[in-house]
Structures are given as structure tokens and as C-alpha cells.
Design a protein around this ligand. Structure first.
Ligand code: BJW
Length: 228
């Protein structure tokens, strides 16, 4: 495949797996016996906010101890050097793409290191715990929640993603199981628009059949090999 002009890269939990951040659906996908689908919903937050805040406080603290791996580094290199359009759409809520140096990154499922005040709708950078109900730095209310997209909520910046797919020559999906929509539908959307599609994943995903090409292996090897 020759290098095209406009690229959309979609990343999932598999790109951060080798940095030591657990994926959602590998190895049972359980946290303290809870399925992610039972913790990452607005209903779960309403039912048991302390459980949900504890889950996110633990993960927010954990990601700050992790480092980008060669897959993040390679994508950051692509971002620096690619002269065509590039958009790295990540489903990940960690900041490892940015810490590797990538700038053209869109977090469609939000960011662990942001808090969202459901009272004033403000977003603030947040590295500490939320379980003690700290005050919103903007309005002082105690209505902060993790700024992440739960099941049943609308992912962020969908219009920008669709526009980028509409202009793309190549769509590359890295380390995602294809289990969660709308991201899981992007390969089909890309195919319908005549975009070349490539999947880099440890194993075949639910959407593999839709890709023109699938390469199997760890992201830390496949991504640098594709970029270089
Ligand atoms: C490696 C590797 C290595 C490992 N190297 N690879 C029925 C049918 C269709 C849709 C629905 C349905 N019922 C409900 C829905 C909609 C729902 C949905 O998709 N549900 C499914 C369970 C079916 N989706 C939503 O509700 C979304 N909103 C929505 O649809 O709004 C309405 C709407 C939107 C648009 C248009 C119109 C209407 C919101 C979804 C929010 C997802 N949120 C989460 C939590 C974020 C916060 C947090 O982190 O806690 O996002 S869930 C979780 O899953 C997280 C992830 O971003 C997301 C995807 O997971 P990902 O990244 O694919 O991880 P894994 O673990 O699944 O896979 C890892 C992969 O890596 C595997 O393939 C491994 O092999 C691979 N791997 N190591 C390379 N070293």
C-alpha cells in the first residue's frame, strides 16, 4: 500500500496494553468482579457513585505511573512528520499519545485527567481523587465526575471524526476489539466511502472481516513497522 495523503488512525486499549494499562475485554475484563459495562454507565453512577468514583480514582492514579510504549512513539513520529492530514482518534482515556508527543489527537471517550462539572458544565484538568467530592474550580459546586463517555452517552466530536473519515485515503485501526459503537462502525463507514482500511491488532477483532488488510501482533512491533 503506497503512503496516502490523508490518514485517520483509530486506537483502542490494545495500544496502551504494553504500557501496563489493562484492556477492557481481555483476561475476563473484570474489576473487583464488576464488568466494565456495569461500572461505566450513568445508571451505575446514580446507583453507587462511590463505587464508580473509586474505580476511576484508581485508574486515574494508575495511568500517571505509566509511560508511552513504542506504538505511541511511532504514532507521535508519524504526527510530527506526516505532511498530509492526520487525525489520531483514540477511544483511550489515558494521555499516552500526548505524552509521546502527538498533537493531532481526538479523545472520543473523554480523558481520565479531566473532570466535568455537571452543575456548570465546565471541564478542568484533574489529577487527584474525586471520591471526596472536591469543589469545582469554576463554580464551587461539588458535582464533579470523570470526564469520560459512558455507555448510553454520546461520544465526543463525532462531526469532526466523520469529516476526517470523509476526507481520508487510509483508515488504520490499532488495538481495538470492535465491540463498542460508534467506533466499531468506522471501518464499515470508511469502506462505504472508498477508503483503504488496515487493522493492526494482537488477534482478529469483531470487525476484522471489514478490513482490506489485517496484520496480527503486538502494537509495539506492528505500529513502528507500519510507520517507518
Ligand atoms: C492488543 C494488544 C497489544 C491487546 N497490541 N493489540 C447494540 C448494538 C450496537 C450498539 C449498541 C448496542 N447496545 C448499545 C449500543 C451502544 C453502545 C455499545 O457499543 N455497546 C456495546 C457493548 C454493544 N455504545 C454506546 O453507548 C456509546 N454511545 C453511543 O452509542 O451513543 C449514541 C450514538 C452515538 C453515535 C451516533 C448515534 C448515537 C458510548 C460508548 C462509550 C464507551 N465507553 C468506554 C469506557 C470509557 C471510560 C473508561 O475508560 O472507563 O470506553 S467502554 C470501553 O470500551 C472504553 C473503550 O474505549 C471501549 C472500547 O474498548 P477497546 O479499546 O476496543 O478495548 P478492548 O479491551 O475491548 O479491546 C482491546 C483490543 O486490543 C483487543 O482486540 C485485543 O486483542 C487488543 N490487544 N493487547 C495490539 N499488545
Amino acid at each position: 500500500m503506497g503512503k496516502p495523503a490523508n490518514i485517520v488512525v483509530l486506537t483502542g486499549a490494545g495500544v496502551s496494553a504494553e504500557s501496563g494499562i489493562d484492556t477492557f475485554r481481555d483476561g475476563g475484563g473484570l474489576w473487583e468482579q464488576h464488568r466494565v459495562e456495569d461500572v461505566a454507565t450513568p445508571e451505575a453512577f446514580e446507583r453507587d457513585p462511590n463505587l464508580v468514583l473509586r474505580f476511576y480514582d484508581m485508574r486515574r492514579a494508575a495511568i500517571q505511573t505509566k509511560l508511552p510504549n513504542p506504538a505511541h512513539d511511532a504514532l507521535a513520529r508519524l504526527d510530527r512528520e506526516w505532511r498530509g492530514k492526520l487525525l489520531i482518534v483514540t477511544q483511550n482515556v489515558d494521555d499516552l499519545h500526548e505524552r509521546a508527543g502527538a498533537a493531532r489527537v481526538l479523545h472520543m471517550h473523554g480523558e481520565h485527567l479531566n473532570a466535568w462539572c455537571t452543575y456548570c458544565d465546565g471541564r478542568s484538568r484533574w489529577t487527584g481523587p474525586l471520591i471526596d467530592r472536591p469543589a469545582c474550580p469554576r463554580c464551587g459546586s461539588r458535582a464533579l465526575r470523570p470526564d469520560v463517555v459512558w455507555f448510553g452517552e454520546m461520544p465526543y466530536r463525532m462531526d469532526e471524526i466523520h469529516a476526517a473519515l470523509g476526507e481520508a485515503d487510509l483508515f488504520v485501526s490499532i488495538g481495538t476489539s470492535g465491540a463498542v459503537y460508534p467506533a466499531a462502525g468506522y471501518v464499515r463507514l470508511a469502506r462505504e466511502m472508498g477508503v483503504q482500511t488496515l487493522e493492526l491488532n494482537l488477534e482478529r477483532s469483531q470487525g476484522s472481516a471489514w478490513f482490506h488488510e489485517t496484520r496480527l501482533g503486538p502494537a509495539s512491533e506492528l505500529v513502528p513497522a507500519w510507520v517507518d
